[in-house]
Design a protein around this ligand. Structure first.
Ligand SMILES: Nc1ncnc2c1ncn2[C@@H]1O[C@H](COP(=O)(O)OP(=O)(O)OP(=O)(O)O)[C@@H](O)[C@H]1O
Ligand SMILES: [Mg+2]
Length: 454
């Protein structure tokens, strides 16, 4: 039952309101003074207050202030006597939801209270939608049930609210950028920009003006003064993708900007303060680049405050069916095709494949399969040829029924077939490709005769 606190010093008014509101299904609390009202409110939150503006020990405006300070979501309706609309207006300015002019009838009361409840419901709905939006753009976009991904989600959730620098590592296509975006979306910086820079895509001088901006006339093509991405990301998150490819000379400047939290535009003299959270990503281990002296050690330590590793897809086979279904429904929707499921044979191939291109490769394979599929089930025929050969498969999960002999035999036969195909049927070429003697090839052709002629 929804609680309402009625504050009025006139007993007949309190009684009338209590009867009317109880009939409407409310739990009614009563107070005859400011002091009594304060005591009731101190005992716990009340979602709605209806108060007279003139009380013996103070006025309703003060109560309004008190309530709004203690509990901003509480809805306050003030009651004024006819002719004192000025007070009503003052109350509205202070955050009262509405006012009632005495005397009023039950219908008016019903409408005012009804509107107030509706407004409260919308406010709550709005808050709920906002929270939902945040999670959707946070981790809900990332699919994963494997223990390593569940642990990663946990880490992202705990790291996001801090301002710490994060270094995301992992092979190409594993979801590093998605992790970076989730951290931003779950952080207090979510309302400011997430700015992404690919450090490998730009030459040294372009990267510098891209990151720090430039003044008009700083170099030949600088026709206009331009803000750098550090400034654009102010109060938000700057994502440095492929950070390992940053040219050496830029690394010094980057380090300086990170240490001092200030930048200077190319050709400029003014130091500009920037407040950015940095997330960097790399698919090459920075430690080895440091050893090769291609990455500064001091910059590495600056970036590697919180390392997050995104594991390759082949090491989390449990995630493959789930990701495949996720992409199937997405592409089905986008292409307006009702491809309902992936056949169990096709799913088996997907699960066993080694996925050198990780999640991005899986995404592409499913997109292609949906585009080609004419039935409502994805069949193995719709998968790329290279996925169908046994040697493309990662070693399947070891369960009873697995046979090492059979597996090796299938891989061997497949490699022989591919060598012959690639060599255009020329046996000498096949021997060279396989690194075996003609005699060994003859032996293998005999051994696998039945499967090769298939
Ligand atoms: N766990 C996941 N759930 C759903 N989609 C994912 C997941 N991981 C990756 N993806 C999708 O796979 C694609 C590749 O992800 P992303 O671009 O984040 O990878 P990356 O590691 O940054 O790759 P690269 O190193 O090539 O830049 C994107 O389309 C992304 O939406
Ligand atoms: Mg990326």
């Amino acid at each position: 039952m929804q609680k309402i606190l009625v504050i009025d010093d006139e007993p007949s008014m309190r009684e009338l309101l209590a009867i009317m509101l109880r009939k409407e299904g409310f739990e009614v609390l009563l107070a005859d003074s400011r002091a009594r009202a304060a005591a009731v409110l101190a005992a716990g939150p009340v979602p709605m207050v209806i108060t007279d503006v003139k009380l013996p020990d103070g006025d309703g405006i003060e109560i309004l202030r008190h309530v709004k300070a203690a509990s901003p979501e509480t809805i306050v309706i003030v009651m004024t006597a006819f002719g004192s609309t000025q007070t009503a207006v003052a109350a509205l300015k202070l955050g009262a939801h509405d006012y009632l002019i005495k005397p009023f009838d039950i219908e008016e009361l019903r409408i005012v209270v009804g509107n107030a409840l509706e407004k409260q419901r919308l406010q709550e709905e709005n808050l709920r939608l906002k929270a939902e939006f945040r999670t959707r753009h946070g981790l809900d976009r990332m699919v994963g049930v494997s223990p390593s991904m569940v642990a990663l989600f946990e880490l992202v959730r705990s790291v996001a609210p801090t301002g710490s620098t994060v270094l995301v590592t992992g092979e190409s296509g594993t979801g590093k950028e998605l992790v970076a975006k989730a951290i931003h979306a779950l952080s207090p910086r979510r309302d400011a920009s997430f700015v992404s820079v690919n450090c490998a895509a730009l030459s040294e001088s372009l990267l510098e003006s891209e990151l720090f901006g430039h003044m008009k006339g700083a170099f030949t093509d600088a026709h206009q003064t331009k803000k750098g991405l550090f400034e654009v990301a102010h109060r938000g998150t700057l994502f440095l993708d492929e950070v390992g490819e940053t040219p050496m000379a830029m690394q010094v400047k980057l380090l300086r900007a990170l240490q001092e939290k200030r930048i200077r535009r190319v050709g400029g003299t003014e130091e500009i303060e920037v407040d950015v959270r940095l997330i960097a990503a790399t698919n090459r281990p920075l430690e080895s680049l440091v050893q090769e002296r291609r990455f500064r050690e001091d910059l590495f330590y600056r970036l590697n405050v919180i390392p997050i590793h995104v594991p390759p897809l082949r090491s989390r086979q449990e995630d493959i069916p789930l990701l495949a279904e996720h992409f199937l429904s997405r592409f089905g929707r986008e292409m307006g095709k009702a491809v309902a499921k992936i056949s169990s044979e096709a799913m088996e191939k997907l699960t066993r494949y080694s996925w050198p291109g990780n999640v991005r490769e899986l995404e592409n394979v499913v997109e292609r399969a949906v585009a080609l599929e004419t039935s409502n089930v994805v069949l193995p025929e719709r998968l790329p040829q290279e996925m169908l050969s046994p040697s493309a498969a990662a070693v399947p999960p070891l369960t009873e029924g697995f046979s090492l002999d059979e597996h090796l035999r299938a891989v061997e036969a497949d490699l022989v077939r591919r060598a012959l195909e690639q060599g255009g049927g020329d046996r000498a070429a096949a021997c060279r490709l396989l690194g075996i003697s003609p005699r060994s090839l003859r032996y293998l052709l005999e051994k696998h005769r039945s499967s090769l002629s298939a």
